[in-house]
Design a protein around this ligand. Structure first.
Ligand SMILES: Nc1ncnc2c1ncn2[C@@H]1O[C@H](COP(=O)(O)OP(=O)(O)OP(=O)(O)O)[C@@H](O)[C@H]1O
Ligand SMILES: [Mg+2]
Length: 361
């Protein structure tokens, strides 16, 4: 039972070799009417995102000569782009999918912090941003034509102190009753501490709000008893301190994580091979991507759309299928890392009979 060479058909779907699995097409799981209802319901939902906010900067340019000062290329800047990263990108995915979002995060007391606030406001994302003494987390990429030359990171990973954590907890408590679901977008930059997680778990138990986590490896032991975790393959392996080489090992990994942390569900995203969903049973959902241009941020799309679907009352399989479709669309786009409801609807229409999931166990 090895899983190391999936076959890709022209449609971009993959077959897991050597495993006999029960296949079900999308149309057997969700019909047009149901999808329409879920998407409509999503427009009435609001999600609270708690996590690390990042400013992503892209400087595009041309290189035609080497510097006389040092053996490095000179980039003549053509344009600069800014985008919301980390928990900001998760929030943007929710907003662009037609729902409302409240982001709780932090910035520094600097220019980039102001830029982030402006970007959030312009995109209709409500927020509370704690102003910290550390710089606003900023990742700057310098790209010559299509080649990334260097990435410059500005950050100081410092956990929230007692007073800061207290303020964040207060805001969370104030907002929890005004939202339909919660996402913890943990990029390990300091916002998500054990104390914040404990508070969120307490509130989940008290109010029963769907609470999902895009995890950071170092914090795995904090994440007990939430609705769903969405580690990628690498994060899942790290969580159990064992590299998963094939599907069988990946399934064992998932089972171990589920036993350890007792989430209601677990989704391991596996890049071009899609995702594995652990509920009572275990399913593989192949990626639906036709062409792949830019995979960054696909995980943000998965957790954003998944949480919206769950909050709108969809079950885990349907929610996974929709978020997998959304991620498959996002990776086919250059630059933008979000997807609209109409794009998912259209894709779904086209693939009702062809898109499928496979039951593994
Ligand atoms: N190369 C790819 N080809 C097709 N689909 C992809 C590819 N990469 C990602 N996807 C889609 O995006 C989803 C999430 O991808 P992935 O497992 O890479 O998450 P991730 O590592 O958390 O991403 P990131 O942290 O960059 O946001 C997958 O489940 C799949 O649907
Ligand atoms: Mg990720």
């Amino acid at each position: 039972m090895v899983y190391n060479r999936p076959i890709y058909r022209k449609t971009g779907k993959c077959n897991l070799l050597d495993l006999t699995m029960e296949k079900k097409t999308f149309s057997e799981i969700i019909d047009r009417k149901k999808l329409k209802e879920i998407l409509k319901e999503i427009k009435r939902k609001k999600i609270l995102v708690v996590g690390d906010l990042i400013l992503d900067k892209f400087i595009w340019g041309d290189v035609s000569r080497i510097s006389p000062e040092a053996p490095v290329p000179i980039v003549e800047v053509i344009k600069e782009d800014l985008s919301l990263g980390g928990a900001g990108n998760v929030s943007l995915n929710i907003k662009e999918f037609g729902a409302d979002v409240f982001l709780i995060s932090a910035t520094g007391k600097d220019e980039n912090g102001k830029i982030l606030k402006k970007m959030l406001s312009e995109r209709g994302i409500e927020y509370f941003l704690l102003e910290r003494d550390t710089p606003t987390i900023t990742k700057t990429r310098i790209i010559a034509r299509t080649q990334q030359l260097v990435r410059i990171d500005r950050e100081k990973r410092e956990k929230l102190n007692f007073r800061e954590a207290g303020m964040i907890k207060e805001i969370i408590k104030e907002k929890i009753n005004k939202v339909d679901g919660v996402i913890i977008s943990d990029y390990g930059k300091g916002m998500i501490t054990e104390g914040i997680i404990k508070e969120l778990r307490k509130l989940k138990e008290k109010y029963g709000k769907i609470t999902t986590i895009d995890p950071k490896v170092e914090h795995f032991s904090y994440y007990k008893k939430f609705t769903c975790l969405t580690p990628n393959r690498f994060e899942a392996s790290e969580a159990v301190h064992k590299k998963a080489e094939n599907l069988t090992e990946l399934i064992d990994t998932g089972i171990k994580i589920k036993n350890k942390l007792s989430p209601d569900y677990l989704i391991i995203t596996i890049g071009k091979e899609g995702m594995i969903v652990f509920e009572k049973n275990i399913y593989h959902i192949p990626s639906v991507a036709k062409e792949v241009y830019d995979v960054t941020g696909a995980g943000d799309t998965v957790i954003g759309i998944l949480t919206l679907c769950l909050s709108a009352g969809a079950d885990i399989l349907v929610s996974s299928i929709i978020s997998n479709i959304a991620a498959g669309i996002v990776v086919g786009k250059l630059g933008t890392a979000t997807v609209k409801q109409d794009e998912v609807k259209k894709f779904f229409e086209k693939n009702l009979k062809y898109g499928y999931i496979e039951k593994i166990k």
